[in-house]
Ligand binder design. Structure first.
Ligand code: PEP
Ligand code: MN
Length: 381
């Protein structure tokens, strides 16, 4: 008799479990529908006030074996699970994860296409210093047999306030005039919203530096502007945070975003930062935006640039950034990591990108890709 009763009760429990399951599933469908409506209104899915009211009404007149505290715990875990599926749904539906973001021709900066199958070299000095320095670099880079974007900072985010801060507007003018003379396109960093207009007026692509990856007002402003953006990963940022920073730009109207891995901070001291090669395939599996690797700021040294460049390209990077200076020893910033012109030539040749023309214009150089001061002597992030 009691055996029968036990079997019947278990059957009843199984039936109730199925009913509870279809009820919580139905509830989850409604939650997702509500989340969609709220998202369209720009509202967050989490509403603590509403949760509190639901718990109060559920525990106000509790009857049965479960007391108010147990009822609260049961429903809180249902609420938590509902938020988790909303988060997962939101993450999946971000614009940055869309596969159709970048046209087949890639992201265009003038006549250079990033993410269209041919790797792009972002090269130039850390900082614009003089018209002569820029002329020497640009006339060299313009002859390299590779799709090229001239990089140089005019507004510099330095670790120390006493270090060279850049030539600011004067630097922007030198960069623009030099690039125009050699028909090259440019990228330069914009540090804040107050200088965005003047920086944008002088460059073809805007760089958001590692320190500014979290500057949401700046991200929104470059989103509204609509110029191509090179967005660098913060040195303490996860890939999800980088994608969300890109989302700020995309969601404000600008899909022309290129992501840049530039090394992250770890306990390792033999390089300036730690080059996170895994970031490249991981980002590419999450987004169709092009991904490039900045070897100079990741490594802070020249001797391992070539194998790391190879690793970056093999892992799917659509471009490389290297700092290049005609006289790195005299550079006003990051001299320890900049390639001289001959070393840059060797790098391009070693990567199989072709022989620079004309090949013999470069003075003999002390610098080789195999010798460099080690990063530990420096103090920049
Ligand atoms: C730079 O590219 O000039 C620079 C400052 O890099 P990061 O923002 O990656 O430090
Ligand atoms: Mn630099």
């Amino acid at each position: 008799m009691s055996e029968n009763r036990l079997a019947t009760l278990r059957q009843e429990i199984d039936r109730l479990n199925q009913n509870l399951l279809s009820l919580v599933q139905h509830r989850a469908e409604l939650v997702l529908e509500i989340a969609k409506i709220k998202q369209a209104q720009g509202l967050d899915g989490y509403d603590p006030q509403r949760e509190l009211e639901m718990l109060q009404s559920l525990t106000a007149k509790v009857t049965g074996p479960f007391g108010p505290e147990e009822v609260k715990e049961i429903f809180k875990s249902i609420f938590r699970a509902s938020l988790d599926i909303q988060d997962a749904e939101r993450r999946r539906s971000l614009r940055v994860r869309r596969r159709d973001l970048v046209p087949a021709g890639g992201i265009r900066v003038g006549d250079v296409a990033i993410g269209a199958g041919t790797p792009v070299l972002f090269a130039g000095p850390c900082s614009v210093e003089t018209p002569e320095q820029m002329e020497e670099i640009a006339s060299f880079l313009a002859r390299l047999p590779v799709a090229m974007i001239l990089r140089a900072g005019a507004f510099k985010p330095r670790t120390s306030p006493y270090a060279f801060q850049g030539l600011r507007e004067e630097g922007l003018k030198i960069l623009r005039e030099t690039a125009d003379r050699h028909h090259i396109v440019t990228v330069t960093e914009v540090l804040d919203t107050s200088t965005l207009e003047v920086v944008a007026a002088h460059t073809d692509m805007l760089q958001i530096g590692a320190r500014n990856m979290y500057n949401t007002e700046l991200l929104k402003a470059v989103g509204r502007l609509g110029k191509p953006v090179l967005l660098k990963r913060g040195f303490m940022a996860t890939l999800e945070e980088l994608l969300l920073s890109a989302e700020y730009i995309l969601s404000h109207g600008n899909d022309q975003v290129v992501l840049c891995e530039r090394g992250i901070r770890t306990f390792e001291t033999s390089t300036r930062n730690t080059l996170d090669i895994s970031a490249v395939p991981l980002l590419k599996s999450e987004t169709s935006l092009p991904v490039i690797v900045d070897l100079s700021h990741a490594l802070g040294r020249r001797d391992i640039i070539l194998p790391c460049a190879r690793a970056a390209l093999a892992s799917g990077a659509e471009g490389l950034m290297v700092e290049v200076h005609p006289h790195p020893d005299q550079a006003l910033s990051d001299g320890f990591q900049q390639l001289d012109l001959a070393a840059c030539s060797k790098l391009v040749e070693a990567l199989g990108w072709g022989v620079p023309k004309p090949p013999a214009v470069l003075a003999a150089t002390e610098q080789t890709l195999g010798s460099t001061p080690t990063w530990s002597e420096q103090h920049e992030i």
